[in-house]
Design a protein around this ligand. Sequence first.
Ligand SMILES: *Cc1c(COP(=O)(O)O)cnc(C)c1O
Length: 383
Amino acid sequence: MAHNEITWEPAFPERLRFVRPAVPSLDRVTRRLDRTYSEGWLTNGPLVEELEHTVAQRLGVKHVVGVASCTTGLILALQALDVRGPALVPSFTFCATAHAAVWNHLDLQFVDCDPATFSADLAALERNSPEAGAILVTHVFGAPCSPAEVEAIGRRSGIPVVFDAAHGFGAMAGGRPVGGFGDAEVFSLTPTKPLVAGEGGLVCTNRDDVAEWARIGRDYGNPGDYNTLFVGLNARMSELHAAVALESLVDFDVHLARRRELAGAYRALLAQVPGTTCQVVTDGDLSTYKDFGFLVDAETFGMSRDDVVAVLDREGIDTRCYFSPPVHRQKAYAEHSAAELPVTDDIAGRIINLPIFPGLPIEDLERVVEVIARSQAAASRAG
Ligand SMILES: *Cc1c(COP(=O)(O)O)cnc(C)c1O
Protein backbone atom coordinates (compact mmCIF):
# COMPACT_ATOMS: atom_id res chain seq x y z
CA MET A 1 0.00 0.00 0.00
CA ALA A 2 2.27 2.75 -1.27
CA HIS A 3 -0.09 5.50 -0.23
CA ASN A 4 1.04 9.03 -0.38
CA GLU A 5 -0.06 10.26 3.06
CA ILE A 6 -1.09 13.63 1.72
CA THR A 7 -3.35 12.50 -1.12
CA TRP A 8 -4.61 9.23 0.38
CA GLU A 9 -8.38 8.99 0.50
CA PRO A 10 -10.33 6.02 1.81
CA ALA A 11 -12.16 3.97 -0.84
CA PHE A 12 -15.44 5.08 0.78
CA PRO A 13 -15.02 8.57 2.27
CA GLU A 14 -18.71 8.54 3.29
CA ARG A 15 -18.43 4.95 4.56
CA LEU A 16 -20.19 1.95 3.08
CA ARG A 17 -22.83 0.64 5.46
CA PHE A 18 -23.07 -3.04 6.27
CA VAL A 19 -26.82 -3.21 5.68
CA ARG A 20 -29.46 -0.88 4.41
CA PRO A 21 -32.83 -2.61 4.69
CA ALA A 22 -34.93 -2.48 1.54
CA VAL A 23 -38.12 -1.02 2.97
CA PRO A 24 -41.33 -0.25 1.07
CA SER A 25 -42.34 3.40 0.86
CA LEU A 26 -44.11 4.76 3.92
CA ASP A 27 -46.98 5.71 1.62
CA ARG A 28 -47.66 2.14 0.69
CA VAL A 29 -47.44 1.02 4.31
CA THR A 30 -49.94 3.63 5.51
CA ARG A 31 -52.30 2.84 2.67
CA ARG A 32 -52.15 -0.84 3.60
CA LEU A 33 -52.67 0.02 7.28
CA ASP A 34 -55.34 2.68 6.89
CA ARG A 35 -58.53 0.66 7.30
CA THR A 36 -57.58 -1.43 10.34
CA TYR A 37 -55.78 1.49 12.00
CA SER A 38 -58.75 3.83 11.76
CA GLU A 39 -60.97 1.09 13.14
CA GLY A 40 -58.65 0.93 16.14
CA TRP A 41 -57.30 -2.51 15.32
CA LEU A 42 -53.62 -2.31 16.27
CA THR A 43 -52.53 -5.81 17.11
CA ASN A 44 -53.33 -9.41 16.23
CA GLY A 45 -55.79 -8.25 13.57
CA PRO A 46 -56.68 -8.88 9.94
CA LEU A 47 -53.31 -7.78 8.53
CA VAL A 48 -51.48 -10.31 10.72
CA GLU A 49 -53.93 -12.92 9.48
CA GLU A 50 -53.39 -11.87 5.87
CA LEU A 51 -49.62 -12.08 6.31
CA GLU A 52 -49.91 -15.56 7.82
CA HIS A 53 -52.15 -16.70 4.99
CA THR A 54 -49.96 -15.20 2.24
CA VAL A 55 -46.78 -16.76 3.64
CA ALA A 56 -48.43 -20.15 4.16
CA GLN A 57 -49.49 -20.14 0.49
CA ARG A 58 -46.11 -19.02 -0.75
CA LEU A 59 -44.21 -21.67 1.20
CA GLY A 60 -46.76 -24.46 0.96
CA VAL A 61 -46.85 -24.80 4.76
CA LYS A 62 -50.02 -25.73 6.62
CA HIS A 63 -49.73 -23.15 9.41
CA VAL A 64 -47.98 -19.82 9.83
CA VAL A 65 -48.27 -17.98 13.14
CA GLY A 66 -47.11 -14.36 13.32
CA VAL A 67 -45.20 -13.54 16.48
CA ALA A 68 -43.28 -10.62 17.97
CA SER A 69 -39.82 -11.98 17.08
CA CYS A 70 -37.97 -15.05 15.94
CA THR A 71 -36.64 -15.51 19.46
CA THR A 72 -40.11 -15.68 21.03
CA GLY A 73 -41.25 -17.91 18.15
CA LEU A 74 -38.42 -20.36 18.83
CA ILE A 75 -39.20 -20.32 22.56
CA LEU A 76 -42.86 -21.13 21.89
CA ALA A 77 -42.09 -23.81 19.28
CA LEU A 78 -39.75 -25.64 21.66
CA GLN A 79 -42.26 -25.27 24.49
CA ALA A 80 -44.97 -26.79 22.27
CA LEU A 81 -42.80 -29.82 21.55
CA ASP A 82 -42.43 -30.76 25.23
CA VAL A 83 -38.75 -31.60 24.81
CA ARG A 84 -37.28 -34.18 27.18
CA GLY A 85 -33.51 -34.13 27.18
CA PRO A 86 -30.78 -31.81 25.99
CA ALA A 87 -31.10 -29.75 22.84
CA LEU A 88 -28.46 -30.28 20.19
CA VAL A 89 -27.52 -26.81 18.96
CA PRO A 90 -24.69 -25.43 16.88
CA SER A 91 -22.39 -22.87 18.46
CA PHE A 92 -21.75 -21.19 15.11
CA THR A 93 -25.09 -19.36 15.18
CA PHE A 94 -26.66 -16.26 16.66
CA CYS A 95 -27.07 -16.32 20.44
CA ALA A 96 -30.89 -16.42 20.19
CA THR A 97 -30.82 -20.03 18.96
CA ALA A 98 -29.31 -21.21 22.22
CA HIS A 99 -31.23 -18.65 24.30
CA ALA A 100 -34.54 -20.16 23.11
CA ALA A 101 -33.53 -23.57 24.43
CA VAL A 102 -32.28 -22.18 27.75
CA TRP A 103 -35.54 -20.23 28.27
CA ASN A 104 -37.20 -23.67 28.07
CA HIS A 105 -34.84 -24.92 30.83
CA LEU A 106 -33.18 -27.29 28.39
CA ASP A 107 -29.61 -28.45 28.73
CA LEU A 108 -27.52 -27.67 25.71
CA GLN A 109 -25.23 -29.90 23.80
CA PHE A 110 -23.23 -27.86 21.33
CA VAL A 111 -22.27 -29.52 18.06
CA ASP A 112 -19.46 -28.51 15.76
CA CYS A 113 -20.09 -27.16 12.28
CA ASP A 114 -19.12 -28.11 8.77
CA PRO A 115 -15.97 -26.30 7.57
CA ALA A 116 -17.42 -25.58 4.11
CA THR A 117 -21.11 -24.81 4.66
CA PHE A 118 -20.78 -23.58 8.30
CA SER A 119 -23.99 -25.55 9.12
CA ALA A 120 -24.26 -27.96 12.05
CA ASP A 121 -22.19 -31.05 11.31
CA LEU A 122 -24.55 -33.85 10.26
CA ALA A 123 -22.31 -36.62 11.60
CA ALA A 124 -22.20 -34.91 15.02
CA LEU A 125 -25.99 -34.57 15.04
CA GLU A 126 -26.36 -38.24 14.10
CA ARG A 127 -23.88 -39.36 16.75
CA ASN A 128 -25.46 -37.35 19.56
CA SER A 129 -29.16 -37.55 18.73
CA PRO A 130 -29.91 -40.87 20.50
CA GLU A 131 -29.31 -39.16 23.89
CA ALA A 132 -30.81 -35.81 22.93
CA GLY A 133 -34.29 -34.37 23.41
CA ALA A 134 -34.42 -32.14 20.34
CA ILE A 135 -32.42 -30.77 17.44
CA LEU A 136 -32.35 -27.01 16.89
CA VAL A 137 -30.21 -25.91 13.95
CA THR A 138 -29.72 -22.77 11.87
CA HIS A 139 -29.75 -21.99 8.15
CA VAL A 140 -26.51 -20.02 8.45
CA PHE A 141 -26.53 -16.76 6.43
CA GLY A 142 -29.60 -18.13 4.61
CA ALA A 143 -27.95 -21.25 3.20
CA PRO A 144 -30.16 -24.29 3.90
CA CYS A 145 -28.54 -26.56 6.51
CA SER A 146 -29.46 -29.86 4.79
CA PRO A 147 -32.92 -29.76 6.36
CA ALA A 148 -34.14 -33.05 4.85
CA GLU A 149 -31.11 -34.87 6.28
CA VAL A 150 -31.56 -33.25 9.69
CA GLU A 151 -35.24 -34.19 9.62
CA ALA A 152 -34.26 -37.81 8.92
CA ILE A 153 -31.81 -37.81 11.85
CA GLY A 154 -34.57 -36.56 14.15
CA ARG A 155 -36.96 -39.19 12.85
CA ARG A 156 -34.47 -42.01 13.42
CA SER A 157 -33.97 -40.92 17.03
CA GLY A 158 -37.61 -40.06 17.61
CA ILE A 159 -36.86 -36.45 18.62
CA PRO A 160 -38.33 -33.20 17.31
CA VAL A 161 -36.45 -30.94 14.92
CA VAL A 162 -36.77 -27.15 14.92
CA PHE A 163 -35.01 -24.88 12.43
CA ASP A 164 -33.86 -21.41 13.31
CA ALA A 165 -34.78 -19.97 9.93
CA ALA A 166 -34.11 -16.35 10.96
CA HIS A 167 -31.97 -15.88 7.82
CA GLY A 168 -33.91 -18.23 5.61
CA PHE A 169 -36.99 -16.56 4.15
CA GLY A 170 -36.76 -17.23 0.41
CA ALA A 171 -34.22 -20.07 0.64
CA MET A 172 -34.75 -23.33 -1.24
CA ALA A 173 -33.47 -26.76 -0.22
CA GLY A 174 -33.58 -29.44 -2.90
CA GLY A 175 -36.34 -27.57 -4.70
CA ARG A 176 -38.49 -27.13 -1.57
CA PRO A 177 -38.92 -23.78 0.19
CA VAL A 178 -37.32 -23.45 3.60
CA GLY A 179 -40.15 -23.05 6.11
CA GLY A 180 -41.80 -26.46 5.72
CA PHE A 181 -39.11 -28.71 7.18
CA GLY A 182 -39.02 -30.40 10.58
CA ASP A 183 -41.57 -29.85 13.34
CA ALA A 184 -41.29 -26.07 13.03
CA GLU A 185 -39.22 -23.41 11.31
CA VAL A 186 -39.10 -19.84 12.58
CA PHE A 187 -38.29 -16.76 10.49
CA SER A 188 -37.18 -13.36 11.75
CA LEU A 189 -38.50 -10.12 10.27
CA THR A 190 -36.10 -7.75 11.98
CA PRO A 191 -34.47 -5.15 9.66
CA THR A 192 -31.23 -7.06 8.99
CA LYS A 193 -33.13 -10.11 7.71
CA PRO A 194 -34.31 -10.74 4.12
CA LEU A 195 -38.01 -10.03 4.77
CA VAL A 196 -38.63 -6.99 6.94
CA ALA A 197 -41.49 -6.06 9.27
CA GLY A 198 -39.49 -3.83 11.62
CA GLU A 199 -39.67 -6.50 14.29
CA GLY A 200 -41.45 -9.81 14.07
CA GLY A 201 -41.25 -13.52 13.51
CA LEU A 202 -43.17 -16.27 11.73
CA VAL A 203 -43.61 -19.75 13.18
CA CYS A 204 -44.16 -22.19 10.30
CA THR A 205 -45.33 -25.73 10.94
CA ASN A 206 -47.28 -28.55 9.35
CA ARG A 207 -48.35 -29.74 12.81
CA ASP A 208 -51.79 -28.62 14.05
CA ASP A 209 -50.76 -28.97 17.72
CA VAL A 210 -47.62 -26.83 17.37
CA ALA A 211 -49.56 -24.12 15.52
CA GLU A 212 -52.28 -24.06 18.16
CA TRP A 213 -49.71 -23.88 20.95
CA ALA A 214 -47.96 -20.95 19.26
CA ARG A 215 -51.28 -19.11 18.77
CA ILE A 216 -52.29 -19.53 22.40
CA GLY A 217 -48.74 -19.10 23.62
CA ARG A 218 -48.24 -15.75 21.92
CA ASP A 219 -51.20 -14.54 23.98
CA TYR A 220 -49.87 -15.53 27.45
CA GLY A 221 -51.20 -19.07 27.12
CA ASN A 222 -54.74 -17.68 27.04
CA PRO A 223 -57.09 -19.71 24.81
CA GLY A 224 -59.62 -16.85 24.88
CA ASP A 225 -61.32 -17.22 28.26
CA TYR A 226 -58.40 -15.95 30.39
CA ASN A 227 -58.08 -19.36 31.97
CA THR A 228 -54.47 -19.80 30.80
CA LEU A 229 -53.47 -23.31 29.78
CA PHE A 230 -49.73 -22.84 30.23
CA VAL A 231 -47.20 -20.10 30.93
CA GLY A 232 -47.05 -18.28 27.62
CA LEU A 233 -45.62 -14.96 26.52
CA ASN A 234 -46.79 -11.72 25.09
CA ALA A 235 -45.42 -12.48 21.65
CA ARG A 236 -48.11 -10.96 19.47
CA MET A 237 -47.37 -9.23 16.18
CA SER A 238 -48.83 -5.77 15.74
CA GLU A 239 -50.85 -4.70 12.69
CA LEU A 240 -48.24 -2.03 11.97
CA HIS A 241 -45.54 -4.65 11.62
CA ALA A 242 -47.76 -6.88 9.51
CA ALA A 243 -48.44 -3.97 7.15
CA VAL A 244 -44.70 -3.41 6.64
CA ALA A 245 -44.16 -7.15 6.08
CA LEU A 246 -47.01 -7.41 3.56
CA GLU A 247 -45.62 -4.51 1.55
CA SER A 248 -42.08 -5.96 1.81
CA LEU A 249 -43.42 -9.18 0.35
CA VAL A 250 -44.59 -7.37 -2.79
CA ASP A 251 -40.98 -6.50 -3.72
CA PHE A 252 -39.40 -9.51 -2.09
CA ASP A 253 -38.47 -11.63 -5.12
CA VAL A 254 -36.79 -8.72 -6.89
CA HIS A 255 -34.71 -8.05 -3.78
CA LEU A 256 -33.87 -11.70 -3.32
CA ALA A 257 -32.70 -12.01 -6.93
CA ARG A 258 -30.52 -8.96 -6.42
CA ARG A 259 -28.93 -10.45 -3.29
CA ARG A 260 -28.11 -13.60 -5.24
CA GLU A 261 -26.65 -11.57 -8.09
CA LEU A 262 -24.45 -9.62 -5.66
CA ALA A 263 -23.32 -12.81 -3.95
CA GLY A 264 -22.40 -14.28 -7.35
CA ALA A 265 -20.30 -11.19 -8.10
CA TYR A 266 -18.52 -11.44 -4.73
CA ARG A 267 -17.79 -15.11 -5.39
CA ALA A 268 -16.40 -14.51 -8.87
CA LEU A 269 -14.18 -11.63 -7.74
CA LEU A 270 -12.94 -13.24 -4.51
CA ALA A 271 -12.01 -16.38 -6.48
CA GLN A 272 -9.13 -14.28 -7.85
CA VAL A 273 -7.85 -13.37 -4.37
CA PRO A 274 -5.47 -15.95 -2.82
CA GLY A 275 -6.25 -16.96 0.77
CA THR A 276 -10.03 -16.37 0.61
CA THR A 277 -12.72 -19.08 0.69
CA CYS A 278 -16.44 -18.33 0.40
CA GLN A 279 -19.21 -20.18 2.24
CA VAL A 280 -20.31 -23.21 0.22
CA VAL A 281 -24.01 -23.56 -0.57
CA THR A 282 -25.07 -27.18 -1.04
CA ASP A 283 -25.60 -28.16 -4.70
CA GLY A 284 -29.22 -27.75 -5.70
CA ASP A 285 -29.95 -25.31 -2.85
CA LEU A 286 -30.50 -21.56 -2.99
CA SER A 287 -29.34 -19.24 -0.20
CA THR A 288 -31.00 -15.95 0.67
CA TYR A 289 -27.58 -14.36 1.26
CA LYS A 290 -28.88 -12.63 4.32
CA ASP A 291 -25.14 -12.38 4.83
CA PHE A 292 -22.18 -12.99 2.59
CA GLY A 293 -19.34 -14.69 4.45
CA PHE A 294 -15.82 -15.66 3.46
CA LEU A 295 -12.84 -17.03 5.37
CA VAL A 296 -9.34 -15.59 5.46
CA ASP A 297 -6.44 -18.02 5.44
CA ALA A 298 -3.77 -15.90 7.15
CA GLU A 299 -0.84 -17.80 5.73
CA THR A 300 -1.88 -17.66 2.08
CA PHE A 301 -3.47 -14.23 2.31
CA GLY A 302 -0.49 -12.79 4.15
CA MET A 303 -2.64 -11.06 6.79
CA SER A 304 -4.84 -12.15 9.68
CA ARG A 305 -8.61 -11.78 9.60
CA ASP A 306 -8.45 -8.98 12.16
CA ASP A 307 -5.90 -7.09 10.07
CA VAL A 308 -8.08 -7.42 6.95
CA VAL A 309 -11.05 -6.11 8.94
CA ALA A 310 -8.92 -3.17 10.13
CA VAL A 311 -7.90 -2.31 6.56
CA LEU A 312 -11.53 -2.46 5.39
CA ASP A 313 -12.52 -0.22 8.28
CA ARG A 314 -9.82 2.34 7.42
CA GLU A 315 -11.13 2.32 3.84
CA GLY A 316 -14.63 3.15 5.12
CA ILE A 317 -16.13 -0.32 4.70
CA ASP A 318 -18.33 -1.70 7.48
CA THR A 319 -18.00 -5.43 8.06
CA ARG A 320 -19.11 -7.96 10.65
CA CYS A 321 -17.57 -11.16 11.96
CA TYR A 322 -20.59 -13.43 12.43
CA PHE A 323 -20.56 -15.50 14.58
CA SER A 324 -17.59 -14.39 16.60
CA PRO A 325 -17.40 -15.16 19.45
CA PRO A 326 -19.40 -18.33 18.82
CA VAL A 327 -22.15 -19.01 21.37
CA HIS A 328 -20.16 -21.47 23.54
CA ARG A 329 -17.46 -18.80 24.01
CA GLN A 330 -19.87 -16.07 25.11
CA LYS A 331 -20.01 -14.93 28.74
CA ALA A 332 -23.67 -15.96 29.04
CA TYR A 333 -22.64 -19.54 28.30
CA ALA A 334 -19.58 -19.70 30.56
CA GLU A 335 -21.41 -22.11 32.88
CA HIS A 336 -22.37 -24.49 30.09
CA SER A 337 -19.88 -27.21 29.49
CA ALA A 338 -18.99 -27.55 25.82
CA ALA A 339 -16.99 -30.21 24.12
CA GLU A 340 -14.14 -29.13 21.90
CA LEU A 341 -15.52 -27.43 18.79
CA PRO A 342 -12.38 -27.01 16.67
CA VAL A 343 -14.12 -26.18 13.38
CA THR A 344 -16.40 -23.63 15.02
CA ASP A 345 -13.44 -21.94 16.72
CA ASP A 346 -11.45 -21.94 13.49
CA ILE A 347 -14.24 -20.46 11.37
CA ALA A 348 -15.22 -17.90 13.99
CA GLY A 349 -11.60 -16.72 13.94
CA ARG A 350 -11.40 -16.39 10.15
CA ILE A 351 -14.84 -15.20 9.00
CA ILE A 352 -15.59 -11.81 7.50
CA ASN A 353 -19.05 -10.70 6.39
CA LEU A 354 -19.11 -8.07 3.67
CA PRO A 355 -21.87 -5.53 2.95
CA ILE A 356 -24.77 -7.07 1.01
CA PHE A 357 -28.20 -5.54 0.56
CA PRO A 358 -30.48 -5.06 -2.46
CA GLY A 359 -29.53 -1.40 -2.93
CA LEU A 360 -25.76 -2.06 -2.99
CA PRO A 361 -24.38 -0.77 -6.31
CA ILE A 362 -22.21 -3.30 -8.14
CA GLU A 363 -19.43 -0.69 -8.48
CA ASP A 364 -19.30 -0.42 -4.68
CA LEU A 365 -19.06 -4.18 -4.37
CA GLU A 366 -16.23 -4.21 -6.91
CA ARG A 367 -14.42 -1.52 -4.97
CA VAL A 368 -14.73 -3.58 -1.76
CA VAL A 369 -13.07 -6.57 -3.39
CA GLU A 370 -10.44 -4.29 -4.95
CA VAL A 371 -9.47 -3.16 -1.45
CA ILE A 372 -9.20 -6.78 -0.33
CA ALA A 373 -7.20 -7.80 -3.42
CA ARG A 374 -4.85 -4.82 -3.08
CA SER A 375 -4.18 -5.63 0.59
CA GLN A 376 -3.48 -9.25 -0.28
CA ALA A 377 -1.10 -8.31 -3.06
CA ALA A 378 0.75 -5.83 -0.85
CA ALA A 379 0.94 -8.34 2.01
CA SER A 380 2.35 -11.05 -0.24
CA ARG A 381 4.96 -8.64 -1.62
CA ALA A 382 5.91 -7.60 1.92
CA GLY A 383 5.94 -11.23 3.12
C1 LIG B 1 -31.65 -12.44 14.12
C2 LIG B 1 -31.58 -13.86 14.56
C3 LIG B 1 -32.44 -14.37 15.52
C4 LIG B 1 -33.35 -13.50 16.33
O1 LIG B 1 -34.35 -12.93 15.59
P1 LIG B 1 -35.30 -11.84 16.33
O2 LIG B 1 -36.43 -11.68 15.37
O3 LIG B 1 -34.47 -10.61 16.47
O4 LIG B 1 -35.70 -12.43 17.62
C5 LIG B 1 -32.41 -15.72 15.79
N1 LIG B 1 -31.54 -16.54 15.17
C6 LIG B 1 -30.66 -16.09 14.24
C7 LIG B 1 -29.75 -17.05 13.57
C8 LIG B 1 -30.63 -14.71 13.93
O5 LIG B 1 -29.73 -14.24 13.07
